[in-house]
Design a protein around this ligand. Structure first.
Ligand code: GLA
Length: 725
């Protein structure tokens, strides 16, 4: 009887709202893009349009049958965005429209919430959107909650579902491995599913990045064509599914990877999924890049309006093998060369288990007095005396079994009971689902900072992914929550660190680029994209990364040759010319440089300061892709279009006549005249750019006729500065 009356009241409620809502149009709009939903006569929310803005005509799009958020059991698609088992064991969910709100926020962000409710259960899914007007970025996520008598088990809980109906779809994925990140590969989608994912939990970008480009009806091009770009803001396991159904429609379902991660949702609890960021353009991937960069600088990274400092890092210079004298020497050399900060890497800590290699000491964040008898404070002072700042490496989420921390707290690590410890880089992950561990991780940062006043920079590392995913803290029935609780714990520590240390510059690092995402970057000034510092490889790695993440945050270091990872030898100029196209740094022992190399470096660093504002705050335009030609080129243009800087590199020798590919510049003001000057000139070599040196041309000429000069030799490079006359 009780059940009957519930059904009746649901029916009445639905009938009332149905009458009100049928045909209702809900539009998520930026300046150039619209996502349009409509409520049909069954009170279901349908996605009716996604593409270039239709302006006031959005309401005139036709009704479709495309479920806005397909849920298992009642939606006719292959892959659900949502799968829940309700308190009574019912495995299906049927979502109907209830209401929506849109609020215009002052700073150009339109926030929309669409509430959907199960037609029987008191179970809600709120589809949330932030539409960034000027940046043309749409952020999508969901909030799931219920009022059922017992917990509801969530098996699939996507952040977003988008629907496309096109003749063809071309997906570009970004994948890699340690020292080989952000490689790009495009493929045409065929019927069935293509799943990009990570199940690694932590360091979850080690094998692939939660980023994609989707060319609609044509492969993605740089300056033309309809393209969607997407990236998930979540430093845990993720899943981007592209499902071409029986009618050749494409469903894009993005969110946390829920594999082995079913979540028991308590009555009244709100489950918020991570933000999925989209940018759509009808003018190709270049616009998408600039949209993401502009968005990131305003909303996505910590202090995106501030210019980033140059630094010298001692990792490749010394590895674990240093003492006060060695470091003092490097600090002095860094300052003499013109760097602004010295970053002390791994190996400075551990007493009972000194960190002299990667097999001991992680977790014991007390200075190793054998190496640094006067502590970190001495080095901070040394840096200050030399007029530069000091930074420090931390890996606070991790522990070596050979550590006092592990001896004291063996139950703080992620592992399964009754299984041998599964070490990776000789280390284990601390269980951040445990609030005590969160406090500890926070205290590592806090103690280091308070005990050593003056530290201006932290490199936050994270060198392994999850295996044996057990938590001693979580109860047996919530072991599958670890993937989510870890990330929640991590983000809450980031939040606390930032609340207390807003002015410290923090670099996001994870064995290179194993953790690059916009949930983390909200708290970080910059990131380390790869341990591979070989400039040749970096051209490709940085090319991929900058589709989504801005160059101002991408640390790029000049290191020694032969490169420690690849063995390749390339000219110092080439190494600088690559590093200067992002955030310049250095990772070598200056003592090993010749006076000429030091002089060249000194000059290059000064040249970087001259273009730093353009590189870090300007708009990126890609000219020639390293995936398509032997010569590659890109450029930055300042917002007022008065300044620009072009980078071009030759990847292989071109024997007969050299490479004569024209650089058709982009993004300039056609009316303005720009003077051309080469930077970082290679000493004692003829420059084929010389005939153009000091000349000035209109933006129209440079964009239509282009820059024409040959390049001959492998690893030849040029930086050309454009200044408005
Ligand atoms: C990781 C980082 C490196 C370096 C080492 C130190 O591999 O990516 O840059 O900091 O750890 O152990």
């Amino acid at each position: 009887m009780a059940r009957k009356s519930t059904i009746l009241s649901c029916l009445i409620a639905l009938t009332a709202s149905q009458a009100f809502a049928i045909g209702e149009t809900i539009t998520i709009s930026t300046e150039d893009v619209q996502l349009v939903y409509k409520v049909d006569d069954q009170n279901k929310l349908r996605q009716c349009y996604f593409g270039a803005s239709l302006h006031d005509d959005a309401a005139n799009v036709q009704m479709t049958k495309n479920d806005a958020f397909p849920s298992f059991g009642t939606s006719y698609v292959n892959e659900p965005a949502l799968r829940a088992v309700h308190a009574d064991g019912n495995t299906s969910t049927e979502l109907a429209y209830v209401s929506h709100t849109t609020a215009e926020e002052a700073d150009g962000v339109q926030h929309t919430e669409i509430t959907l409710r199960d037609t029987y259960f008191p179970f809600d899914v709120v589809l949330c959107f932030n539409a960034y007007q000027k940046e043309n970025v749409i952020e999508a996520w969901t909030v799931i909650s219920h009022n059922e008598k017992k917990p509801v088990m969530l098996y699939n809980y996507a952040s977003s579902h988008l629907f496309f109906s096109e003749p063809t779809y071309y997906l570009t994925q970004f994948y890699g491995e340690w020292a080989d990140e952000m490689k790009m590969e495009e493929m045409q989608l065929t019927r069935g599913k293509k799943v990009l994912e990570s199940k690694l939990g932590v360091r979850s970008n080690q094998h692939a990045h939660a980023c994609f480009l989707l060319g609609l009806d044509a492969p993605a091009q740089e300056d033309a064509g309809r393209v969607l770009g997407g990236t998930l803001a979540w430093p845990g396991s993720w899943n981007l599914t592209f499902d071409v159904d029986n009618l050749e429609n494409l469903h894009v379902i993005c969110g946390i990877n829920s594999f082995a991660g079913q979540y028991s949702l308590a009555k009244g609890e709100k489950f918020e999924t991570p933000r999925m960021l989209y940018s759509y353009s009808e003018e190709g991937t270049g616009t998408i890049t600039r949209n993401f960069h502009r968005w990131a600088k305003k909303y996505g990274i910590w202090r995106g309006d501030r210019t980033r400092t140059t630094l010298l890092n001692n990792w490749e210079a010394t590895y674990f093998n240093f003492n006060e004298e060695v470091l003092s020497g490097i600090i002095k050399d860094a300052s003499d060369m013109g760097f602004e900060l010295f970053l002390l890497d791994d190996g400075w800590f551990g007493t009972k288990h000194p960190r002299n290699s990667d097999n001991a000491g992680l977790g014991d964040w007390q200075v190793n007095k054998a190496k640094l008898p006067h502590g970190l404070g001495f080095l901070v002072e040394e840096a200050a005396k030399n007029g530069i700042k000091f930074g420090i490496w931390l890996e606070p989420e991790m522990v070596n079994p050979a550590s006092e921390l592990y001896e004291k707290h063996p139950d703080w690590v992620i592992t399964q009971p009754n299984r041998p410890l599964d070490l990776s880089r000789n280390q284990l992950i601390l269980d951040l689902s445990n609030p005590k561990v969160q406090d500890f991780v926070y205290s590592v940062v806090d103690n280091t900072m308070t005990e050593n006043p003056g530290i201006a920079y932290i490199k936050w590392d994270c060198n392994r992914f999850v295996t044996n995913s057990g938590s001693f803290y979580l109860p047996a029935e919530k072991q599958s929550h670890l993937w989510i609780e870890y990330v929640r714990g991590l983000l809450s520590v980031f939040e606390r660190v930032r609340a207390k240390y807003p002015d410290v510059c923090i670099m996001l690092c994870s064995g290179g680029g194993g953790r690059i995402d916009y949930a983390s970057l909200r708290y970080f000034d910059e990131f380390w994209i790869s341990d591979n510092t070989d400039a040749y490889n970096r051209i490709f790695i940085q090319w991929g990364a900058t589709y989504f993440f801005p160059s101002m945050a991408l640390a790029s270091h000049v290191s020694v040759v032969p490169n420690h990872i690849t063995g390749r030898t390339v000219p110092l100029k080439f190494r600088f010319d690559v590093a200067m196209s992002a955030k310049l740094g250095m990772d070598l022992q200056p003592k090993d440089m010749s006076p000429e190399e030091k002089e060249f470096s000194k000059n290059a660093i000064q040249e970087y300061y001259g273009i730093r504002e353009i590189v870090q705050h300007g708009d990126l335009y890609r000219l020639l892709s390293p995936y398509e030609s032997v010569r590659t080129a890109m450029m930055y243009v300042s917002e007022d279009k008065k300044d620009a800087v072009v980078f071009t590199y030759l990847l292989d020798k071109v024997i007969n006549g050299g490479n004569n590919q024209v650089l058709y510049l982009k993004g300039l003001d056609p009316e303005k005249r720009y003077r051309l000057n080469e930077l970082n000139k290679a000493p004692n070599t003829y420059s084929w750019f010389t005939p153009l040196e000091g000349k000035s041309y209109t933006g129209a000429y440079l964009m239509e006729y282009g820059l024409r000069f040959p390049m001959y030799n492998q690893y030849e490079s040029k930086i050309i500065r454009l200044t408005e006359e």
